[in-house]
Design a protein around this ligand. Structure first.
Ligand code: ZN
Length: 368
């Protein structure tokens, strides 16, 4: 049974899901699977023991968002929202996804109360439920609080692990306000710089800020940086309290508190101008457009007959700029590619030197 299972690559306890058709596959985390394969390769009998405690309960199950306010002193009917999601994946307690986001919301609230902050607008801290099943809590909030939506200046969402908050994307019309709000955060810790990046639209992604963006409310997902390997822990049985990185969590909480207070104290609500990216800019993975595999912005593999191969990209190249635009993550690379219709000069870092490459990526003939 074991050998068959391992050969078939049956991986247990990490649930992955395929979009088409919707299949839920039980899987074992990669490290355990590797260990097992290693034993079997050496002909060592492996003995596995599972504790499987499944219960099926007829739904629906009631879920609760947890909400707490610091009421606004001047404009209590206008809001800045701060949050993360309270539910988590099975297999572990969800310390990282998304306990890390819940506790920064709670700690930001505590910090603001401790310093006696009196925000002009109400700062509302929300721990959403049902995020993993499809943003249920935040979607329900948006649909039940329609009258409130035009008065929400911003929603700040923390849901991608325990690394420290290191930046935020915003539109051009919001930039001056964002710079004002976050001007102090770079003095907290010189080793944890914060960057505001102007983008040509705010994008949803798969967390609760997407529910607000769809309703036209400025909503943001923090950019995080640090040494913690979120991908290894996320949605696995390793997602326990020992994974949380305390100095990062402390730092993030401070930045979030400062951001929320600053936004709540602006003279006006954040601009809603040009929040949506120009139509047609539907997200596509830049790695796929280029025909490469990437680790961060570093290319690990160039696929044959790809745009990257034609442009002579090489494994180890780190993509720095495209058509003069700095690209620091897949999203900014996608935007740079999209706004130039995929044709232009890419600058990569190769063996410590900048190398310029002529790249042409085809957006047409898409297959997803
Ligand atoms: Zn999450």
């Amino acid at each position: 049974v074991l050998r068959t299972g391992a050969e078939r690559g049956v991986r247990w306890n990490r649930l992955t899901w395929d979009r088409r058709p919707t299949i839920v596959r039980p899987t074992l985390v990669a490290a355990d699977h590797r260990k097992l394969m290693e034993l079997l390769d050496r002909g060592v009998a492996a003995h596995l023991e599972f504790i499987v405690e499944n219960r099926f309960r007829q739904g629906p199950t009631k879920l609760y968002n947890v909400v707490a306010d610091i009421p606004g002193a001047e404009k209590p009917g206008e809001y800045v929202l701060v949050g993360g999601h309270l539910d988590s994946w099975d297999g572990a307690t969800g310390a990282i996804d998304d306990g890390s986001g819940c506790v920064t919301a709670m700690e930001a609230a505590r910090l603001l109360m401790a310093v006696g902050a009196r925000p002009k607008r109400t700062i509302r801290f929300v721990l959403w439920s049902g995020e993993e099943q499809g943003l249920l809590g935040s979607r329900a909030y948006v649909s039940r609080h329609k009258e409130e939506l035009p008065k929400i200046s911003a929603y700040l969402n923390h849901d991608s692990g325990t690394n420290h908050v290191s930046g935020i994307n915003c539109t051009g019309a919001m930039k001056a306000d964002m710079e004002r709000v976050f001007q102090g955060v770079n003095t907290i810790d010189a080793e944890k710089p914060f960057k505001i990046t102007e983008t040509n639209g705010l994008r949803g992604g798969g967390s609760d800020h997407a529910s607000f963006l769809r309703a036209g409310v400025p909503a943001f997902m923090w950019r995080l940086s640090g040494n913690h390997d979120y991908g290894h822990i996320w949605h696995t049985q390793y997602d326990h309290y020992d994974q949380a990185v305390e100095p990062y969590q402390r730092h993030s909480s401070m930045v979030i508190a400062i951001g929320a207070l600053g936004l709540a104290n602006l003279d006006h609500l954040l601009s809603r101008e040009k929040m949506a990216a120009p139509s047609g800019a539907r997200w596509r993975s830049p790695a796929r457009l280029l025909g490469v595999e990437m680790d961060g912005m570093t290319i690990t593999k160039v696929l044959p007959d790809s745009a990257a191969a034609r442009a002579r990209f090489a494994p180890g190249d780190k993509i720095l700029r495209f058509e003069g635009k700095e690209v620091s993550d897949p999203r900014s690379l996608f935007r740079a590619l999209f706004t130039t219709r995929g044709k232009g000069k890419a600058v990569v870092l190769r063996n410590g030197k900048e190398v310029e490459l002529d790249l042409e990526v085809r957006f047409r003939g898409r297959r997803e």
